[in-house]
Design a protein around this ligand. Structure first.
Ligand code: HXC
Length: 260
């Protein structure tokens, strides 16, 4: 599949990993409607592409993304915002079945922080800055920040981050539970790609059902979630990869995954 022809992102596939680079450096990768539309298009196509097992989203040295494009919203009325409904694109990010890793250097603010949180894992450079500064421009997070941040770091911290809008260092974000791992700035993309390639080497159906079950933890009671997990676990006994994985273990050899 070709991933050429986008204007605000660069996309490619290598060694089982789809890489999407947000590419509006002149505005710190502010997420305008066109960029979001291209991002969702590339993600959806990679989700369908058998050559892709895991996806990495990154920005540049200065910014992962400094938020939604303020220029696009500044003079918008409620009716404009409601009828454009740009935020519905974010629902499609949530529905991507393959794992997505955010590789974050620089600013991940507002919608940029929300995009990182919509990914499944965050690898951050030491100089990365996270935050939900919407309060400082008269609004609140609108692409999941009040919900995902609260689930990730708890009410006490989320409330403070969102009500003050302060920027949070990568190390603080990691301690709070938002970030998977902090690495030197120059190592962010390599670490994220290495993690993605490791996940790409795992049995794909198990990866998909594992992601699905972990995300279910956000939507369900413990009872329903445990039943959901059990269902996904049992489902894997209908796959060739379960037979292969367990037999290979017992035969002391390396498993050959078929994704079936
Ligand atoms: C549009 C933006 C932008 C944004 C930066 N720029 N962030 N344009 N939307 N979110 C532009 C600036 O206007 C400037 O353009 C250029 O990028 C460089 O930014 P500077 O401010 O000059 O850089 P610096 O002084 O280094 O400050 C960096 C910064 C600051 C601290 C990140 O840019 C900033 O505070 N940005 C806004 C952060 C924010 O409030 N995000 C939340 C947005 S609301 P020029 O033309 O002057 O060079 C939101 C809602 C989410 O995200 C809900 C829906 C998705």
């Amino acid at each position: 599949m070709s991933y050429q022809g986008y204007t605000h992102i660069l996309a490619s596939v290598d060694q089982g990993v789809g890489l999407i680079r947000l590419n509006r450096p002149q505005v710190l990768n502010a997420l305008n409607a066109e960029l979001m539309s291209e991002l969702v298009d590339a993600l959806s196509r990679m989700d369908e592409d058998d050559d892709v097992r895991c996806i990495v989203i990154t920005g540049n040295e200065r910014a992962f993304a400094a938020g939604a494009d303020i220029g696009e919203m500044a003079e918008a009325s409620l009716v404009d915002m409601y009828t454009r409904d740009n935020l519905s694109r974010w629902d499609r990010v949530r529905r991507i079945k393959k794992p997505i890793i955010a590789a974050v250097n620089g600013y991940a603010l507002g919608g940029g922080c929300e995009l990182a949180m919509a990914c499944d894992m965050i690898i951050a450079g030491e100089g990365a800055r996270f935050g939900q500064p919407e309060i400082n421009i008269g609004v609140i997070p609108g692409a999941g920040g009040t919900q995902r941040l609260t689930r990730a770091i708890g009410k006490a911290k989320a409330m403070e981050w969102i009500l003050t809008g302060r920027f949070v260092s990568a190390h603080e974000a990691e301690r709070a539970g938002l970030v998977t791992r902090v690495v030197p700035d120059e190592a962010v993309l390599d670490e994220a790609l290495a993690l993605a390639r490791e996940i790409a080497s795992k049995p794909p159906l198990a990866v998909r059902l594992a992601k699905d079950a972990v995300l279910a933890a956000f939507d369900t009671t413990i009872e329903t979630g445990l039943a959901y997990e059990r269902h996904n676990f049992y489902m894997l006994f209908a796959t060739e990869d379960q037979r292969e994985g367990m037999r290979a273990f017992l035969e002391k050899r390396r498993a050959q995954w078929r994704g079936r």
